[in-house]
Design a protein around this ligand. Structure first.
Ligand SMILES: O=C(O)c1cc(C(=O)O)oc(=O)c1
Length: 296
């Protein structure tokens, strides 16, 4: 763990290895974040963690080191509903980044238009009690209706133990849905365990529910090569090849106890997507359809 003199935490390694796996040309890291820089973009007073700066230059340096071409930057909970840090990173990316915002449900249409101009293509609804104080489903649904005209989707983050109670809410969302980190299944149960079975039933309930097959570091405490994660997630990628996305999750919020090696995370990809066709869908075709549809 690395905590600086101000108590700000670093949850990412400064020395990621170079992956053995080479991503296909045009690969998109479709789930990552930026923190600050705090002097320009202060954290929310409601933030549940206070990280060191992890700004756009560091993110784009990692992108290049890992062999990726583009990023999808997801507004991190520590920035609340002020999307300035995310928009700043997108603006500095030379068109190589787009984003997902977190918004105050009272946001006006003009501000939504501004977010679209700034490269935002979705909103995130976070249901993790350790990250946010409240998650008002009725207000979230209103937002989901209001972003429809922009062609955006909704990203939802929840854990496996509330999947059942999430179902009516998810069924009422009028846009495509992306579930963060597969709704955090217990991958030690294997591909046919209760968590993965319940999650597949959710994917089967609508053809426009996508998911991010991300975060072996969060879901598989055994560490690299993340054997339980690979064995549980590969069948999911094979069964839903057109609805899966992949991302590093850099700078790995709240992972300060065991800093993930981003190179080792990239090396999980051929384990979960064993053919070139699957790899191209996961890393290029699918994220391009959601985030750069005009080029896809
Ligand atoms: O599990 C987490 O702690 C986490 C936190 C955040 C965030 O703070 O936004 O985003 C993630 O994708 C995962």
């Amino acid at each position: 763990m690395s905590t600086d003199a101000d108590g700000r935490i670093r949850s990412w390694t400064l020395t990621p290895s170079r992956p053995h796996f080479t991503p296909p040309a045009g690969a998109v890291d479709a789930h990552c974040h930026v923190f600050g820089p705090m002097a320009e973009f202060p954290f929310s007073p409601k933030a549940k963690y206070l990280p060191q700066d992890a700004g756009p230059e560091a993110l784009f340096g990692l992108r290049d080191r890992l062999g990726f071409a583009r990023n999808v930057i997801v507004q991190a909970s520590c920035h609340g509903t002020d999307n300035s840090a995310t928009l700043n990173a997108i603006a500095r990316s030379d068109g190589k980044a787009r984003g997902v915002a977190v918004v105050d449900p009272a946001i006006g249409d003009a501000e939504l238009d501004m977010l679209h101009e700034g490269g935002i293509r979705g909103v995130r609804f976070n249901f993790l009690k350790r990250l946010v104080d409240d998650a008002p489903k009725d207000k979230f649904l209103e937002v989901a209706h209001r972003i429809q005209r922009l062609g955006w989707h909704v990203v939802v983050y929840f854990e496996a133990d509330i999947l059942d109670e999430m179902k009516p809410f998810l069924a009422a969302i009028p846009t495509p849905i992306v579930i963060d980190h597969m709704g955090r299944p217990d991958v030690a149960q294997g591909p046919d365990g209760p968590d993965m079975t319940a999650f597949r039933a959710l994917l089967d309930s609508r053809e426009d529910i996508w998911t991010k097959v991300t975060c072996p570091d969060r879901l598989d405490p055994a560490g690299p090569p993340y054997a339980d994660f690979v064995r549980s997630v590969r069948p999911l990628v094979e069964a839903y090849p057109d609805r899966v996305l992949w991302g590093t999750d850099w700078p790995h919020p709240n992972m300060e106890k065991t800093l993930p090696d981003d190179g080792a995370l990239v090396d999980v990809i051929p384990g979960i997507a064993p053919t070139e066709t699957l790899q191209r869908k996961l890393l290029v075709d699918n994220p391009m359809r959601l985030y750069w549809p005009e080029e896809a």
